[in-house]
Design a binder for this molecule. Structure first.
Ligand SMILES: [Cu+2]
Length: 306
């Protein structure tokens, strides 16, 4: 196997299997948009960047793979250590447990023992969701997994470049077509949030990582399903007072950028399943709608197995 193998807790060398991946050609490209919808998030302006070639996994990491990682390394996630995590209130397995709301929104609640093994708290299970994205994973947990497979988290620019299938300007991984409650391209909310989800896409919570058509490059569910952690610190590029405050907070908490939106997004209140959309969260945060996918340097993959 490749280089840089992590050492397991018992001193044994272990290395996880890589997922299916696509080679992405780097070069001159851009990140962000000159046509921001949620400017306060720092979607704009578009900035030129130059990328090395890289590889990105076609899917977000599944519950099954994460279970293999935990089995092999004994990794204990941060939500397991904290003893609680954030769950979308209507999905809490046992409503009697939903007592404290978090993240300044009434539809989030902090649930004791909500972990990747029971993402909606006690009473929920992953047994029938092994091919769904693993959730309740902090940035630190995601980095640990990525190292185990000899990879890393993608940068925001890499993620956007892969989502656009190159340096084309497009709003969504599939092009410009706007998802509606009837035209379904990804796992987001349909209906009136947060009271009614018509389930037109077939899912209330997460969907299997391979549901819906991939983009032309072969990537599944970049938009919707779960937010995806990236390697980058969160920063809004603006001189506004609001941005300054936000950046100070982001710096204080070492917030990282997440991309892609989740099964909770809807144009009416959280229009963040667009490629240029973003969110910042502290690296020890986890929730029932955040996951990640793994990237690799082209170099390290080429050396792999030689
Ligand atoms: Cu959203």
């Amino acid at each position: 196997m490749g280089q840089g193998l992590p050492v397991g807790p018992a001193g044994t060398i272990s290395s996880g299997a890589r997922g299916e991946m696509v080679a992405v050609k780097g070069g001159e490209t851009f990140v962000g948009t000159d046509d921001p919808v949620i400017s306060a998030d720092g979607e704009g302006p578009a900035r030129k960047v130059s990328l090395q070639d890289f590889y990105l996994e076609t899917e977000t990491v599944t519950v099954r793979r994460f279970a293999e990682f935990v089995e092999a390394t004994g990794h204990v996630t941060e939500s397991e250590r904290f003893g609680s995590s954030a769950v979308f209130a209507p999905l809490v397995a046992d409503p009697r447990l939903a007592k404290r709301s978090v993240i300044e929104t009434p539809w989030w609640t902090r649930i004791d023992d909500a972990t990747w093994r029971q993402p909606e708290g006690p009473g929920s299970s992953i047994d029938d969701r092994l091919d769904h994205p693993v959730t309740q994973i902090s940035w630190n947990d995601a980095v640990a997994f990525a190292q185990w497979v000899g990879g890393r988290l993608p940068t925001e620019a890499e993620w956007e470049h892969a989502a656009r299938g190159g340096n084309r300007r497009r709003r969504y991984p599939w092009g410009e077509d706007e998802p509606t409650d009837d035209a379904i391209f990804c796992n987001i909310w349909q209906g009136r949030f947060p009271d009614t989800n018509t389930l037109q896409d077939g899912y209330f919570g997460t969907a299997p990582v391979r549901s819906f058509a991939p983009n032309e490059a072969g990537f599944y569910n970049l938009a919707g399903n779960v937010w995806e952690w990236t390697a980058d610190p969160f920063k809004v590029r603006s001189l506004s007072k609001q941005a300054k405050v936000r950046n100070e907070n982001a710096k204080r908490f070492s917030d990282k950028v997440l991309k892609g939106g989740s099964f909770l997004c809807h144009k009416s209140y959280c229009y963040r399943y667009r490629i240029a959309a973003r969110m910042g969260l502290s690296p020890d945060s986890a929730s029932s709608n955040t996951g990640f996918r793994v990237a690799y340097d082209a170099m390290s993959r080429d050396n792999h197995g030689l």
